[in-house]
Design a protein around this ligand. Sequence first.
Ligand code: B12
Ligand code: SF4
Length: 614
Amino acid sequence: MSEEKALFTTSVYPFPTLPNDTSLTDATGARFSRADGIFCIISHSHSFATHILAQNITAPAVVLEYPRWDDFTAEIAKGYSVLGISALPVHLDGVLKMCRYVREHSPQTKIILGGYAGMALGAVQDEKEWKQYADEICHGEGVRYMRRFFGLDADAPVRQKLMPKGGGSPPFITRFPKGAIGFIVSGLGCPGMCDFCSNTALYDHTRITMLSPEELVRGMVQYHETFPHVSSIFVVDEDHFRWPDYLSQIREPWQSYPELSEAVDWFSFGSLDFIGAFVDRFGWDAIPEMGIGVMFIGVESKFGDLLKYKKRSTVDPKWVFKNLHRMGVRTVGSWVCGWDFHSHANVMEDLNYFVALCPTYQQLTRLSPFPGTPLYDRLRKEGRLHDVPWENMHFWSETQKKLGLEDHETLNIVEQGYDLLYRTWGPSLLRRMDVELNGYEYCRRSENAVLREHRTKFFKKQCGMVWTLLGAMEKYSPNGIVRRQARMADKRYRATIGEPTPVMVLMSDLVVRLAGKEYAKTIFNPSFYRAKEEPFKRYVYDRTDDDAPIPYRTEWPGGRTFKVRKAMAVEAMRYFALEKALKAKRAATRGRSDPLIDDYLIGMVTDRAFGFGL
Ligand code: B12
Ligand code: SF4
């Protein structure tokens, strides 16, 4: 075995699928735009923990993402001193099989299990039992842990270079979206102590700062400079608004890169009471002035007084959602079904309250006790846990029993909720356009020059892009309510931004045709949508240039199947023809062009970068 060589990996494929037959790694398809018919955004994501660990040690390292079994065993045969597995409880069957294999075929390899899978295993097995599988479980933050493991300075600043991008699109627009979403970790952990929350438990109820506000903005600039088509940065933390001093320090560096405001915004996390306190201190305007474009907000339930969580007791969710939308900030509202107080008498009232918030995106889940949390311990003591296999340990698990609802019902109510949101407000992309039109108007009136002169451009480009989907949304909407909303959005676009350009109209015509074909497929072959599968990728950190923005080499050892290559070729041809047609149209109708929007659209098509951030 060669010396000190680290292998980091996710669990092996196939991954379990979720109860509604969607993919674990497709946050928008499984949750955020779940029931949006052909407008559902199907997306992919990467394994950030493994990259951040590899980026903060000095030994050569390889990261495997979604390996198939043979890929994994072939890699193990290369001989590694240490194997770090990063996984969630839902993967534990696969992870334990991997550990057994390594114990047998590469006994000298040290196995470290980290992340939420480690926490869950440690919670249900005693040390003697789990030691059969892993040498160590890393509880909490892993960068410092791995540095200590390799005898490095654990407290040196955390390095974060560019991670692989995530992204998505309605599949009829592109099945191979170039990632439009960058990822950065600003902090880990939360002192909130909500009993159901794995995060507060894993990080022992504290927040660990991973980047200073200046470093965070520099990281966003690096994404923008390296990948100009990135339009969202997903900033991982648990509750940004709990840290008002940290958050407010982002405003100045952000404003000093006005070009950033024209191209990207960032995804933050906030809990209601802390958003309220932040706004009391700094005002609403501070939120867009820091570049925040999307906020994940845990609403959890209408009945905040019954929840008894500190984050959810003083502020009215309607007030928060309305104000954010007014400024162009999109929301991901989360709602949970299966609280102890839920019964047939109140659950639909609760759900409809959530629908009334009109979140731009949503996450509706069942209350799911994860091993290692106080909720799990309490329900176990009360004899209220179903024995579910690891593969059902996720946000829709049927783990709880003795509720005021039948056990199966919580899943149906959640699915009904997604559907209700779609039928009431239309697809998330339509809601997004409405909020972004607000953002355009709000920034145009703003006294802040960065918002007025730069952010307006961002909103204009985004609205122009989503406008090209409006015709299809109208035609293939689920009902008259949504059909009319699509028409009203068109009217509002024309009144706010202006007449669509001939380039936009041409693109919209193509979108309507593609949407028609897709819609027909869903009618004649309802099982046409399958949970998305991720390819296996191998990232090599050979330490030749650790300071480069992308310090790894990406390999696709399995290559692409014939079917995938064929689909990619068909799409490439379509986009080649579209590019020529759009350029010709712009040349022929130059007087009616809006250069900002047309260049943006044509640029995305030319660079084959069509894809939607959040
Ligand atoms: C981004 C995100 C996603 C993304 C990408 C996830 C990914 N693979 O990286 C997507 C959208 C795909 C996703 C999906 C899911 N997610 Co998610 N997700 C998150 C989120 C917001 C951030 C995770 C993240 O990337 N953090 C940044 C990295 C650097 O931190 P980290 O993963 O904690 O890793 C650190 C340490 O744990 C440790 N560590 C981790 N692995 C290892 C390995 C070794 C060897 C060592 C030494 C250390 C170590 O070191 C790292 C650096 O300190 C968290 C909530 C949160 N704020 O943390 C939820 C969260 C992790 N997700 C969760 C869940 C449940 C899921 C799903 C199962 C969905 C579901 N609906 O049920 C799927 C499963 C995904 C999969 N991989 O199969 C739960 C996990 C709870 C649990 N006990 O299982 C969380 C905590 C949300 C919550 N509050 O409950 N998720
Ligand atoms: S506020 Fe959010 S992140 Fe913090 S403990 Fe509660 S649920 Fe977890």
